[in-house]
Design a protein around this ligand. Structure first.
Ligand code: AQP
Length: 342
């Protein structure tokens, strides 16, 4: 990776704001595992404090946090090699988030498209936390001085803001303290789209369950959802360019490519001229083959919630050991007195 003076460290997180989707898997989780397996230091987090920017039922939030952690492990995250925890157990995130609220500018936050999408016409009535979300996200990353952040394409703007916050902090205080992080947005499925509308991102909070594949869906449900996925009447073309104005078809080709570990070009070469009556069953078989083992392992892990809590607690201890000294140095830099226990 880059020749930065900062040690290469990966951080990323997923909100337990619902069950994880195929979008979270292909855009994030699968790539988190690849980074771990490349031997890079990896810190991964269920960002429960982000989840409550939209009201969550407390019992469901706990369940979704455990389920998300189970998905990480079932997908191949090894809690001995990666640090895996839930955000609220490491207070450094909230503390640095406040400092960054004082660094980030209102104008920067106002330009965030995800806030505009989520708030819609209701922006006077959504939580202040939803507006400030990207500065907490910057704190998540920079509390570890992480240098690289694997995410889906929808998070690109938030990562640009994280870079702006790091640069402004360094400039305001005349230090070279925070790294300017690199987004890692790669692969065939950086933006998996809804199965009902190829112009909308697949999302765990979409009101329609048919719009997404959940990591908890069984084989029949996955096959049914793919069979019913919106498409058009044309067969698949023999080149990618001809998918330009066919968002639903393009989405299914990208999903196939990401699941198979091929490029979209290879998929088009294999299925040129095929009708969806042929392509969809092939995609369903592939999706079931890749996802079913993860779902089964998640179910097994969920039988023992206290073991998941133990893993998250141990991960939080390891995360705290990295983040605490970094946030203490931030307090020193900004001029806070820290005299307790002296
Ligand atoms: N559809 C997607 N395609 C590719 N990547 C995706 N990610 C999310 N959806 C897709 C990536 O998953 C990681 C975790 O995202 P998140 O859960 O923290 O928040 P999000 O991006 O807002 O995801 P959702 O599913 O849309 O959640 P809700 O509905 O609660 O807002 C990120 O790396 C994200 O890019």
């Amino acid at each position: 990776m880059s020749a930065s003076p900062f040690k290469t460290r990966i951080f990323s997180g997923i909100q337990p704001s619902g069950g994880l989707t195929l979008g979270n898997y292909l855009g994030a989780l699968k790539r988190f595992v690849e980074k771990q397996d490349e031997g890079i230091e990896t810190v991964y987090c269920m960002v429960d404090m982000h989840a409550i920017t939209v009201w969550q039922d407390p019992a469901k939030l706990r369940q979704q946090t455990r389920e998300g952690a189970a998905a990480f492990i079932a997908a191949g995250i090894d809690p001995a090699r990666s640090i895996l925890f839930n955000q609220s157990q490491v207070t450094a995130h909230a503390e640095l988030g406040w400092i960054f609220n004082c660094i980030a500018r209102m104008g920067w936050m106002s330009r965030m498209t995800q806030f505009k999408d989520k708030a819609g016409k209701n922006s006077e009535n959504v939580s202040l936390g939803l507006f400030a979300y990207p500065s907490l996200m910057a704190a998540d990353i920079l509390a570890y001085k992480a240098t690289h952040v694997p995410v889906g394409d929808d998070q690109k703007q938030h990562l640009e803001l994280c870079r702006d916050i790091a640069i402004k902090f360094n400039n305001d205080y005349g230090v070279d303290f925070f790294p300017v992080v690199e987004p890692v947005i790669e692969g065939a499925a950086t933006r998996v789209m809804s199965l009902r509308d190829g112009t909308k991102k697949m999302s765990k909070s979409d009101p329609s369950d048919q719009s997404r594949i959940n990591l908890t869906d069984d084989a029949d449900t996955i096959a049914k959802k793919i069979r019913k996925a919106k498409t058009d009447p044309e067969p698949l073309p023999d080149n990618l360019n001809d998918l330009k104005d066919r968002p639903e078809a393009k989405n299914l080709v990208n999903i196939y490519a990401a699941l198979a570990g091929h490029t979209p070009e290879q998929v088009i070469a294999d299925f040129a001229g095929a009708q969806f009556g042929t392509f969809k069953p092939a995609l369903a078989d592939l999706a079931v083959a890749k996802l079913e083992p993860i779902t089964l392992e998640m179910n097994r892990l969920m039988q023992d919630p206290s073991e998941i809590d133990r893993i998250l607690g141990q991960g939080a201890d390891r995360a705290e050991a990295i983040a605490r000294p970094i946030v203490d140095q931030v307090y020193d830099i900004v001029g806070m007195i820290r005299s307790r226990g002296r």
